[in-house]
Design a protein around this ligand. Sequence first.
Ligand SMILES: Nc1ncnc2c1ncn2[C@@H]1O[C@H](COP(=O)(O)OP(=O)(O)OP(=O)(O)O)[C@@H](O)[C@H]1O
Length: 610
Amino acid sequence: MRGPAERPVNQEEPSEEELKPMAQPPPVAPTVSIRKAFQQFWPYTHGVRRFFVIGVLFAIVAAVCEVASIGLFGFITDEVLSRQALEAFWVPALAWLGLAIVAGIASFVGAYATAVGGERFLLRLRDKVFAHIQTLTPDFFENRRLGDLMARLTDDVEAIEELVGSGLVRLFMTIASVIFFAGAAFYIRWDLALVTFVMVPAFLLVSKYFAAKFRNAAARERLSNGTMNSVIEESLANQSLVQAYNRQKAEAKRLHDEGSTWLQANVTQARLSALYGPVAQVIQTICLLVILGVGAWEIVEGRLTIGGLLAFAAYVAYLYPAVQNLGQIALTVSEAAAGSDRVMEILQIRSAVTDRDAPAATDRDATAQPATRSHGRVEFVDVDFTYPNRSRPTLRHLSFSADPGELIVCTGPSGVGKSTLAKLLLRFYDPSAGQILLDGVDIRDMSRQALRENITILQQESLLFSGTVRDNIAYGRPDAGMDDIVRAAVTADVHDFIGTLPQQYDTPLGQRGRLVSGGQRQRIAFARAILRDSPVLVLDEPMTGLDSPTAARIMEPLRRLMSGRTTILITHDLRLIPETARTIVLGPAQGPDSIRIEPVKRNGATPRRV
Ligand SMILES: Nc1ncnc2c1ncn2[C@@H]1O[C@H](COP(=O)(O)OP(=O)(O)OP(=O)(O)O)[C@@H](O)[C@H]1O
């Protein structure tokens, strides 16, 4: 969170003063070219390309119909209007109507196919990016702001669709229109058409100038959109803290500041977009006037009919917006490139922890098999670990083993690495040195999925979702029947409490399960762990935040939960430690003897640390 607000916050509508442009944010130019961004995301269109092809083909049909209609208009002008021959009107008029209907149908089919292809592409790309993010270790999330990630998954992914989906279709359509209308203009009078083409480079230069500026503004807009989302997400997720500490105004100011940056970038984009149209319009008008002037002279000289001139002018009137559109597409694509840069960055991050492929596993241990249901023997063999962004090791020379069904208590001062031990066992990270074994197999030789099937972790804060009680208990075993769910709830001593809820097992638990108390959340989490029924259990401070009566109440369900499972109980709370448990006392990782295994802990005495 930021420091205290530096200037008073206006909680009403932002004043004119506040809406004045703030200090210009540093330009954030995308680091990838449009071509590279396109190459990166084009493969994701596999399976939907046919929609884009249909979109382009039907748009071309519509453009051909328009070209033919204009030809008919010229014909009607010369053959019907100039000669006042009404009988010659009906056939071209009917043909024109037919062309208009065909063009209408073709436009509809083309636009619809493009939209379907674009939406499917969006769905697929978002799924892929989300699936990729889920392969990354918790380390990635600890270093990122969730709101920004959400913006990348929604707005930025949408922008990419503009690049490789609808934007591409529009590009082809526009190029086809330029070719047809220019071809028709050349067909009528090639020399006059050449005059009109003299102005085309002016369009292209203007577009290039605008696109470069637009791209810069778009990159800033994408960035501030992500930051704004982060502020909203953080602030809403921590509302109780915000309100308890009277930080509403400061939070509103944070959002306002980020919103102002976003506003600036958007206003710049809108200004460029709005300016491009009139500038192009002026160029277009100059061209039309040149054509009319030269055309009038040609008519006077008898080298061109009025119908010919009107049709020619109409072709050019269609041609220039198409050329102008090319510039507009360049602006949209620039925006898309800014978004694609942010999505590509995420896709290029590789998880520090990966599943070994089969040959590598074979090199390591010819007998290694992915675990199905393990017996639950856990061994740490001389394990060292340093967090990626830290220079000092957190764990050094950690060795211990737990037999199937045994309880190992892990204690030691705060920050010494107890929770880290659990993260290593679940392969959120891999040790820097040493090995962790499950049933004698190095856990790096198992798939992460198989490993995690065998381990259930209960973290310091019981994490619940916003679904119902039933959904939350069945989270680790979605196929569980109601009987199993109820049995788990009874064992966790939470069934009676659930019976008092308005919709019993169908009661929604609210955002992060906040509609129930800490102790109730804890027991629901126990029921979830019981239902999952894995052979290894890691309990990270299961009593955190509970008062003595509540803690006493969950002791019995906790014992039931641990019974028959290899349990690593991380705790400072001596009430939890049974007489017979082996205790590991972690000390600061300064030397090889910093970890001590105490055989038995008695009389609630604190184990000594070496
Ligand atoms: N993702 C991370 N990146 C870098 N350092 C980390 C990370 N997570 C934890 N640490 C550091 O590693 C050390 C061990 O943290 P850990 O959470 O394992 O301690 P702990 O013994 O469980 O503490 P507590 O009893 O307070 O829960 C701490 O110094 C902590 O700051």
